[in-house]
Design a protein around this ligand. Structure first.
Ligand SMILES: [Fe+2]
Length: 282
């Protein structure tokens, strides 16, 4: 069967520099993901000729999916080839932390960082910033405790923990990006980004870029006729959540998922893989 066509969303903003960015999120890489599909993403990236590529988290479906070869090498080779198009910047998603081997969930916070280290143009930003002459990109690593609060933590995927986000933001020494560069705050979950206190802390960034919400499972044809930030269902199974999608003028960019469901071709049919081109113009 032919790969599904990749949908492209175009965003245009005025900014201090004219640049092109390729944004995508929630690849949920697994052993069932075919090389031909990854090649299609690469083709789109090459054609777009972006200066930077940003990824919003959930690179893998679980760490089990890169536990064995050839899968780890397939994923790394995809990112290496992507990084030949433009430097790649990633933040961690909740799926990037855990293994479920023998139905026991175990958390391995540094596994993905170790897999991707040593590649010059691949930057997994774990509570740190990258800066060059054009951009300032901060990668926020929401910890497993944020997604799995409680005592003991990690028991289930419960309500996301705003207090954990606020204390993480407070722990950063400097959240004031340079004004003459295009600045991004990469954070997997957008759930609290419109809350006044969180917004205030991130007010100096030009853009936040998130994934996680998978458009609340709203398929593209409905997105067009229902312009709203609401989805049908959130990752933690809340109905009609806000912050599931962003409008074209929104500087809080919430990216659709490359794959809504990791392993089912059928369930992914209404949700073609989606990439976003962000153009900034002086
Ligand atoms: Fe995801």
């Amino acid at each position: 069967m032919k790969n599904p066509k990749i949908a492209l969303r175009h965003l245009n903003f005025s900014a201090s520099k004219s640049l092109k960015f390729l944004l995508f999120s929630d690849l949920h890489f697994s052993s069932s993901l075919k090389d031909a599909f990854l090649d299609d993403i690469l083709k789109v990236a090459k054609k777009a000729k972006p200066s930077y590529i940003l990824f919003g988290g959930d690179l893998v479906d679980t760490l089990d999916d890169i536990a064995e070869e050839p899968d780890e090498s397939r994923l790394v080779s995809f990112l290496v080839r992507l990084s030949l198009v433009a430097p790649v910047f990633l933040c961690l998603g909740n799926h990037d932390y855990y293994r479920t081997a023998k139905k026991e969930i175990t958390f391995k916070k540094n596994r993905l960082k170790n897999v991707l280290k040593g590649h010059e143009n691949i930057h997994l930003l774990v509570n740190e910033a990258f800066e060059d002459e054009n951009v300032y990109i901060f990668g926020c690593a929401l910890p497993p405790e944020y997604y799995h609060p409680g005592n003991p933590p990690y028991r289930h995927f419960a309500k996301e923990d705003k207090a954990a986000l606020v204390s993480l933001l407070d722990s950063y020494k400097n959240l004031t990006p340079p004004e003459d560069k295009i600045s991004f705050f990469l954070i997997h979950s957008p759930v609290f980004l419109k809350d006044a206190d969180v917004k205030e802390k991130l007010k100096d960034f030009n853009f936040t870029v998130s994934g996680h919400m998978h458009t609340g499972c709203v398929p593209p044809f409905l997105e067009k006729i229902w312009p709203s930030d609401r989805g049908f269902i959130s990752p933690e199974k809340r109905l009609f959540p806000h912050q599931a999608r962003s409008l074209k003028s929104d500087h809080n960019i919430i990216l659709p998922a490359v794959r809504t469901v990791a392993r089912s071709r059928l369930l992914n049919l209404p949700f073609p893989p989606a990439l976003t081109i962000l153009n900034t113009k002086k």
